[in-house]
Write a protein that binds this ligand. Structure first.
Ligand code: PMP
Length: 432
């Protein structure tokens, strides 16, 4: 095999750093080893870098590309829309069609609002909640990510902060320099999957807590499943105490089922945030939920803004993605589930065969692979015991073997990944 070469990516990264802050457009991307890759082309499950290396892609743009790269149905729809103008700052039928379709497929959606990124969707959801019940505080959880806005962005604290005393205190560390500390004053950070801690804090501070926001599956830290009954308990408690329940479905929306995780689990949150897979690579996001909450926008009580919200390209992309995913004859969700399961179980078998301690947590087409001596990873403490450096090295070796995976261990699968891709990927895993 030829030595793996990324010379042109390195050159371009050096050039980029002169003009583009950080050399990458989103800070996370700088973590890639041996160098942040520069892309020439991408199609289906494959991506080709500027050095001519082809990879089977499980980064999938950090999640959005549920139909793979440049899906023909998406390209046709976006091309068609672009012929009629890209953005108007005026209303158009695509917005109505999309909003209507979303209310049909998302169980909790009486109405929706459209925005551009997951971060913005979360900002709107929090605002709707606070305006609705006039309270200020927001409960969020260790290891979850809800975007990078000042009002919610926190660093991941060390596991030893999980004492009961701290559970009721506000010890939320800012996620970055330059973030106003006041911005996190209203955040209460709790351990996830701990029903007792949640109940204690919600009951104690019910008159101050506006909302609880949670990923339905802790995708950003270990793909951890909710314990049986945990989210149902959250639902019942929030309902009883007049607190808005927000599920952040930016990752799980359209990915673990057309109705998102709340559809899959049979939950009825007050609000969900959606993004990523919604536009399959074109920037679009939204908030969906109960009429009472969303109609605060109709009433002029809550401002919801954004120059490019609901633009023609974005709505065309989202409609095409949803239409394609809904095609029964394709059985896309069965296929996504199968590919995810084949990969996750194949990796588990390889780890066992070579006696490499590790865990793979999977929910359909999203899973987290970790090197760890823990038998199971079911909470954030266990997740923090993984060997992140070893995984990062593994991800680098996977590139050499022709497979692109995220440095953190989170894998995304698309409808375009084939049985051959799975076979080749498992070979690369074994080699790496
Ligand atoms: N919520 C969750 C659960 C996410 O995973 C992300 C992005 N990884 C966001 C919100 C923020 O979305 P965006 O990057 O589009 O702003």
């Amino acid at each position: 095999m030829n030595p793996y070469i990324t010379d042109k990516s390195s050159q371009k990264f050096n050039e980029s750093k002169q003009f583009l802050a950080g050399g990458v457009a989103s800070s996370l991307r700088a973590a890639m080893k041996p160098v942040p890759l520069f892309v020439e082309n991408a199609s289906g499950s494959r991506i080709i870098d500027v050095d001519g290396n082809t990879y089977i892609d499980y980064l999938l743009a950090y999640g959005p590309l549920i139909l793979g790269h440049a899906h023909p149905a998406l390209i046709a729809s976006v091309n068609d829309a672009s012929q009629r103008g890209i953005a108007y700052g005026l209303q158009h039928d695509g917005e109505i069609q999309l909003a209507k379709r979303l209310t049909q497929i998302l169980p909790c959606a009486d109405k929706v609002a459209l925005s551009g990124s997951g971060t913005e969707a979360v900002m709107l959801a929090l605002r709707l909640a606070r305006a609705y019940n006039g309270k200020r505080k927001i409960v969020r959880f260790h290891g979850h990510y809800h975007g990078w806005s000042d009002s919610i962005f926190t660093s991941f604290p060390s596991p030893d902060m999980h004492t009961l005393a701290n559970k009721a205190e506000n010890l939320t560390p800012p996620g970055t320099e330059g973030q106003s500390e006041n911005s996190l004053e209203d955040i209460i950070l709790l351990p996830w999957n701990d029903a007792e801690a949640l109940e204690l804090v919600l009951r104690q501070q019910q008159h101050e807590i506006a909302a609880v926001i949670s990923e339905p599956v802790m995708c950003n830290s270990g793909c951890l499943m909710p314990k049986p009954g945990y989210l149902e308990h959250m639902r019942a408690l929030t309902q009883e105490l007049g607190i808005v329940m927000i599920l952040d479905e930016v990752i799980t929306g359209f990915r673990v089922g057309l109705g998102g995780a709340h559809g899959r689990f049979g939950l009825m949150p007050d609000l969900v945030t959606i993004g990523k897979a919604m536009g399959c690579g074109i920037a679009i996001s939204g908030v969906a939920g109960s009429r009472e909450l969303l109609e605060q926008i109709d009433q002029g009580k809550v401002s919801h803004l954004g120059t490019l919200n609901g633009n023609g390209l974005a709505t065309a992309a989202a409609l095409a993605t949803i239409t394609e995913l809904s095609r029964e004859e394709e059985q896309y969700y069965i296929k996504l589930e199968q590919t995810g399961t084949d990969l996750a179980s194949g990796i588990r078998e390889l780890l066992a065969l070579h006696q490499i301690p590790g865990v793979v947590n999977q929910l359909g087409p999203v899973f987290h692979m970790m090197f760890t001596h823990e038998q199971q990873v079911e909470d954030f403490d266990a997740f923090n015991k993984r060997d992140a450096a070893q995984y990062s090295r593994f991800a680098e070796l996977m590139l050499e073997a022709g497979v692109l995976v995220r440095t953190s261990g989170l894998w995304y699968v698309s409808t375009e990944h084939s049985a051959v891709d799975v076979r080749d990927t498992l070979k690369a895993v074994e080699q790496s």
